[in-house]
Design a protein around this ligand. Sequence first.
Ligand SMILES: Cc1cc2nc3c(=O)[nH]c(=O)nc-3n(C[C@H](O)[C@H](O)[C@H](O)COP(=O)(O)O)c2cc1C
Length: 207
Amino acid sequence: MNFDVADLPPGLAYKLLTATIVPRPIGWVSTIGPGGAVNLAPFSFFNAMGGAPPVVALGLMRAPAGGRKDTARNIADQGEFVVNLVSEDLLPQMSMTSAPLPPEESELEAAGLTALASVHIAPPRLAESPVSFECRTLHCLETGPDQILVVGSVLAIHVADRFVLDAERGHIDTPALGLVARMHGAGWYARSSDLVQLDRPAGGGRL
Ligand SMILES: Cc1cc2nc3c(=O)[nH]c(=O)nc-3n(C[C@H](O)[C@H](O)[C@H](O)COP(=O)(O)O)c2cc1C
């Protein structure tokens, strides 16, 4: 079947994208609100977009009630954010922080999570998260009404010590991170434990 986006009712293209582009990593983003409260929310329109220098991107849609989401407003205002990754044990808290709270209330505190000071930027990282990226905005592109694409430069990468196998070589115990990804529908997630291994062709390089 061919779905021509111009003919689709509102909301259907989103459903088709999110039902098919799976699994999607989840960036659990901490920012600071206008009054100083730490804002925390998950975003699965998230990925690494460059390695040298390291770059990530986030897709932040319009808030259901209209206007920009708190995360989008905070990033546009301050240009700083932390992307924390989500391990399976953190799923309930992650889901809890997707509920819209007023900007003066902290989802991080409401979920009983712990903030740790970042090294380069004001928003804190999550102590409970196995991996966090401190980011500064490189570019904010308005892709629709109150919808933005944020491209961020990664300033620091925090990996919990127990997962670092060889710091000099950048070897991480990835399976032990137990990261989860978003699947289709409202509440489906995937574990990153069902793996297949395939060697690259000769001359393919390491990238
Ligand atoms: C797993 C998961 C992934 C999500 N991914 C996105 C996303 O990529 N983009 C988006 O705009 N909202 C996404 N949401 C919804 C936001 O988390 C939600 O709108 C949240 O209230 C935004 O918070 P804020 O207003 O504090 O920024 C996601 C929710 C969940 C549970």
